[in-house]
Design a protein. Structure first.
Length: 256
């Protein structure tokens, strides 16, 4: 006479949890050791973004070995860009709306960047009175801010950082005012050992990025990275900084 065994709820729960754990362990090992990614076969179908460097297509997909490129931006990279946006302007209504809808927003943004169809939004232009001087501000939309943070942190900075002088304290992690102040004090002490008198020259470049020669900048980017997709994206972004309108007497400049 055979014996029938039944699984108690606790045993069944433990079995399910162990199965799920083993599945994710094997999946992680496969991705790490084989360096493969799942990508879409047809662009017209919906894409689900994950946060583990894998893009899963809902209808059909195939496996391929990822080629190295600087614009291999993952969902995690865009999420970090959203965090940078939220940290810089958490009080703004547009920022709050973007953060609330970040998954759908970065899904569309990633798809447009990957397909090469990304186009910067029209800037939000407004006048600002700064110490009695009227300035025209060209503010980016949250979508463009997220993208610029993302490509700067993920694609550009890791390569360009080695060419930046050590004393640069702007825009670099673990640096800033405190770092710059200490470096300035060090240079002053070294200067005083050699010279008795001297002076400090303070220069402020108004709308620096607007005023540099963009074609030369793009040429340098292309030489440094040799990535056509990244170069084309930078070229599109530069269209937002075509001319310096920070100081002007033309009251109708916004409409031009």
């Amino acid at each position: 006479m055979g014996m029938r065994t039944t699984m108690t709820p606790r045993i069944l729960t433990a079995f399910v949890l162990i199965s799920i754990l083993l599945y994710y362990m094997l999946r992680a090992l496969m991705i790490e050791e084989m360096s493969i990614y799942l990508v879409e076969r047809r662009r017209n179908d919906m894409i689900l973004l994950s946060t583990d460097n894998v893009v899963v297509h809902m209808s059909s997909f195939y496996v391929f070995i990822q080629e190295e490129n600087y614009l291999n931006l993952t969902a995690d990279d865009y999420i970090n860009g959203v965090k940078r946006l939220e940290k810089s302007s958490p009080w703004k209504t547009k920022t709050q709306q973007y953060v609330l809808n970040r998954l759908s927003k970065i899904n569309k943004l990633k798809e447009s960047v990957d397909s090469g169809t990304y186009t910067p939004d029209k800037t939000i232009d407004f006048k600002y009175n700064e110490k009695g001087r009227i300035r025209l501000i060209k503010a980016l939309t949250p979508n463009d801010v997220v993208l610029q943070h993302t490509i700067s942190d993920t694609a550009l900075l890791p390569t360009i950082k080695k060419y930046i002088i050590y004393d640069t304290g702007s825009g670099l992690k673990h640096r800033g005012l405190s770092f710059t102040r200490k470096r300035f004090e060090k240079h002053l002490r070294e200067f005083s050992k050699i010279y008795k008198n001297g002076y400090a020259l303070i220069i402020d470049f108004s709308k620096y990025f607007d005023n540099i020669q963009h074609e030369k900048f793009i040429t340098e980017i292309n030489t440094l990275f040799n990535d056509e997709q990244l170069t084309n994206l930078i070229r599109r972004i530069c269209t937002q900084y075509e001319s310096d309108v920070s100081y002007t007497d033309d009251e109708d400049i916004i409409n031009k």
